[in-house]
Design a protein around this ligand. Sequence first.
Ligand code: RIB
Length: 351
Amino acid sequence: MSGNNPKRGAIGIKDVAEQAGVSLGTVSNVLNRPDSVSERTRLRVLAVIERLGYVRSESARQLRAGHSRIIALLVLDIANPFFVEMARGAQRAARAAGLAVMVCNSAENPEEEADYFVMFAEQQVRGVLVTPTDSTASNLHAIRRRGIPFVFADRELPSTQACSVSVDDIAGGRMAVRHLLAAGHPRVVYVSGPPHLTQSRDRHAGALAALTEAGLPPGRLTVLEAGRFDVAAGRDAGARLLGMTDRPTAVFCANDLLALGVLQALYAAGVRVPEEVALVGYDDIDFAAAAAVPLSSVRQPAYRIGRTAAELLIEETDDGAGEGAAAHVHQKIVFQPELVVRASSLPGHRG
Ligand code: RIB
């Protein structure tokens, strides 16, 4: 049997065709349009492919198509479980379409983001899913110029030049602070992420809207700015909170990682949550429910955001037999957040 096998590395589509007794076109159909081939032929060709160890050349395919089978996903922080969920959703949609997702981390840094966009163009990715580092998203020029389609994930795009999938963060901030005010807290601290990120600003706007609705002045909300959206920045904000004279009894954090950092700082200082300070985070990552004091959080459908964004990008870049790209219309999808109340803000726990 091994005498029939051409040397590994030298096996081409011709060898497969020869040994299966079919034309080159039939082998190509088996690989690219399996539905157009009879079951018997398909199985015969696949058996030869398996026996010879034939692997099709991706670079040749890429040359023909003008793009690879890779979707780039550029997130703000690869260590944040929110983005891991988003990547899982994107990967699910990509796999169903025979594509793979390459996840990259801008680390909330516009320069790294700009470098990645250039690299994506060089790699001829099929399209880009991105959570941008700033509200103007000016770095996108690098891929826009080259005609690479992109979709905003976890960020609304003001214009209709591309698709976007996001969550109504103003509603999310509003529901968090409304909940704390309803529990009887007269003043609230907002631990914001970096102010240049839309997520920080929208959640802040929502928090202020809740005060207005309750007939309270904006001065009832104190903002503690965190340099990053991570646990260390949360611990730092927690230390500043502890240093406040006449400290407010409620804290809303712009994401769960910040809230977990604040929780650590309060715990280390012996300040009880929620008896002395009620705490609400944002995202509802798995660690929120698993925290020492289960964390109340504004839930975002991270998996759905990733999956939906990838589906829109796949539709837009479809070069297969389906309607795909021709029928594609840019969409702006905005999911609604949901408040999940746990022990960290339960009024019953206040002393
Ligand atoms: O990266 C910033 C934050 O925005 C994340 O934690 C998540 O909340 C996203 O929406």
